[in-house]
Design a protein around this ligand. Structure first.
Ligand code: ADP
Ligand code: ASP
Ligand code: MG
Length: 413
C-alpha cells in the first residue's frame, strides 16, 4: 500500500463531467489499495474571474486580506464538488480547506509561504480508508486570516501535503501529457520529456513554463519527493522529475521557454560612483518588488546607464519608485518598456558545450530578432527581446536546438 498525493489543475476539474472523471480516477487509485490525498485547483477560469471581480469592486490594489478571502473561494467550491462526486459513487471522503487543515503560512497575503502542515486530521481520515480532498492555493496565518500562495500555488500545496505525509509519490495531473521541450500550445512539434532533472525544471518554471509553479519544484527537490507530471485525460505515463544523477541523457537543450510577464526600466546618466546603485535599488526591494535581470553599462565621462527588469504587475509602482530614486541620485532620465519578452533555453548539457550561446544569438539574428539584454547561468541562457518577436524566437530556437537534434547544431567547443 502506498500513500499517493494527486493534484488536479483547473482544466481537469473545469466542469461537472470532468469532476466526475476525477472522482472515478481517484477512487480507482484507492481501490487499488492506496491511501489517496487529492489536492485541487479552482475550476478553470474561476480564479481569473475572481481577480477581475476584486478589481472591479476593490480597485487596482484591492485590500489584500479580503482579496485572499475572495480568491480562496474558487478552491473551496471544487473540494465540495469533488467530495460530493466521490460520495455519490459510494466511497468515503472528507474535504478540507486550508484553515480546516491548519496549513500554516506567513502573513504575506497573495504570495504567502507555507510554514507548516498539521497532518493529524489528514492521517485520521486516510487511516480510516477515506479519501482526503484538499483545497490547493490557500492557507491560514497565525491570526487565523486566510492567505493564498500566488498563482499556480496548488502545485505547492500538493508538494507540502506530500512532504507532511511522507508520501510515496506526488502526481500532478494537468491538461497536457507532461513537461514538454517547449509550450505544446505554442509549438506543434514540442516533445514530451520522459524525465527531467529538478535543476532544469526549476529553471524552466522560473523562466515561464507554467506547467509547475517554481516554488513547488524547489520544495519537492528539498524534500526528495518523487514528482510525476501527467495528463488527467488518459492514463499514459507523463514526465518524472528526478535528481540529476538519474537523467541518463544530458540534452544540450531540454527546454525553450518564454515569459511575457516582465517589464524593463532604464535609468540613464547616473554617476559611476560607489553607492549609487544601492540608492536606486533599495526602495524597490524594500517595497517587496523582485528585480530579475540587471545590466550596468561601461561608464563614459563618469556616467553610466543601468537597465533592469521587474514583474509586469509591479511595473507602475517600480517606475514611481525609480523616478524618485533617479531624481535623488541625479540621473538624466528614467524610461520604461512593458513590450518585452524573455526567451530562454535550458539544459544540463550546456555545461559541456561552449558554443551554445553563440549558436543561440546566430539563430535569433537569422530571424531578425534584436537582443536587448542577456543573462546566463550554468544551465540556461536568457535574452530579452521585443514582445512581438517572442513566438518567432521560441519556434526558431526550438527548431535549431531540439527538433534538429541535441548535438548536430552545437559543435563541441
Ligand atoms: P493546471 O491548471 O493543471 O495547473 P497550468 O495551466 O497551470 O495547468 O499549466 C499547464 C500549461 O502549461 C499547459 O497547458 C501548457 O500550455 C503550459 N506550458 C508552458 N510550457 C510548458 C512546457 N514546457 N511543458 C508543458 N506545458 C507547458
Ligand atoms: N487557482 C489558482 C490559480 O489559478 C491556483 C492554481 O490553480 O494552482 O492560480
Ligand atoms: Mg498550474
Amino acid at each position: 500500500m502506498a500513500l499517493i498525493v494527486q493534484k488536479f489543475g483547473g482544466t481537469s476539474v473545469g466542469d461537472p463531467e470532468r469532476i466526475a472523471h476525477v472522482a472515478e480516477r481517484v477512487i480507482r487509485t484507492a481501490q487499488a489499495g492506496h491511501q489517496v490525498a487529492v489536492v485541487v485547483s479552482a475550476m478553470g477560469g474561476e480564479t481569473d474571474r475572481l481577480v477581475e471581480l476584486a478589481r472591479a469592486v476593490g480597485g487596482d490594489r484591492p485590500n489584500p486580506r479580503e482579496y485572499d478571502v475572495l480568491l480562496s473561494t474558487g478552491e473551496q467550491k471544487t473540494i465540495a464538488l469533488l467530495a460530493m462526486a466521490i460520495h455519490r459513487r459510494g466511497h468515503a471522503v472528507q474535504s478540507f480547506t486550508g484553515t480546516q487543515l491548519n496549513l500554516r503560512t506567513d502573513t504575506a497575503h497573495t504570495r504567502a509561504r507555507i510554514e507548516s502542515v498539521d497532518d493529524t486530521s489528514l492521517r485520521t481520515v486516510l487511516d480510516s480508508g477515506a479519501i482526503a480532498v484538499i483545497a490547493g492555493f490557500q492557507g491560514v496565518d497565525t491570526d487565523g486570516n486566510i492567505t493564498t500562495l500566488g498563482r499556480g500555488g496548488s502545485d505547492t500545496t500538493a508538494i507540502a501535503i506530500a512532504a507532511a505525509l511522507d508520501a510515496d509519490e506526488c502526481e500532478i495531473y494537468t491538461d497536457v501529457d507532461g513537461v514538454f521541450t517547449t509550450d505544446p500550445k505554442l509549438v506543434e512539434n514540442a516533445r514530451k520529456l520522459d524525465v527531467i532533472s529538478f535543476e532544469e525544471m526549476i529553471e524552466m518554471a522560473s523562466l515561464g513554463a507554467k506547467v509547475l509553479q517554481i516554488r513547488a519544484v524547489r520544495f519537492a527537490m528539498r524534500y526528495g519527493i518523487p514528482l510525476h507530471v501527467r495528463s488527467s485525460f488518459h492514463t499514459g505515463p507523463g514526465t518524472r522529475v528526478v535528481v540529476q544523477e538519474e537523467v541518463m541523457e544530458r540534452l544540450v537543450v531540454s527546454g525553450v521557454t518564454y515569459n511575457r510577464n516582465e517589464a524593463k526600466i532604464r535609468v540613464s546618466g547616473v554617476r559611476d560612483q560607489p553607492g549609487v546603485v544601492v540608492r536606486l535599488f533599495s526602495p524597490i526591494s524594500e517595497d517587496g518588488i523582485v528585480v530579475d535581470m540587471i545590466i550596468q553599462n561601461f561608464a563614459h565621462d563618469g556616467s553610466t546607464d543601468v537597465t533592469f527588469t521587474v514583474p509586469r504587475g509591479d511595473y507602475d509602482r517600480a517606475m514611481e519608485l525609480t523616478r524618485a530614486a533617479g531624481d535623488a541620485v541625479g540621473a538624466r532620465a528614467v524610461e520604461g518598456d512593458v513590450g518585452i519578452a524573455k526567451v530562454s533555453i535550458v539544459g544540463l548539457g550546456m555545461k559541456d558545450h561552449a558554443a551554445v550561446a553563440t549558436r543561440m544569438f546566430q539563430v535569433l539574428a537569422e530571424e531578425g530578432v534584436n537582443i536587448q539584454m542577456i543573462s546566463t547561468s550554468e544551465i540556461k541562457i536568457s535574452v530579452v527581446i521585443e514582445e512581438g518577436f517572442a513566438e518567432r524566437a521560441v519556434k526558431a530556437l526550438h527548431l535549431a536546438f531540439v527538433e534538429a537534434g541535441a548535438s548536430a547544431p552545437v559543435p563541441e567547443d
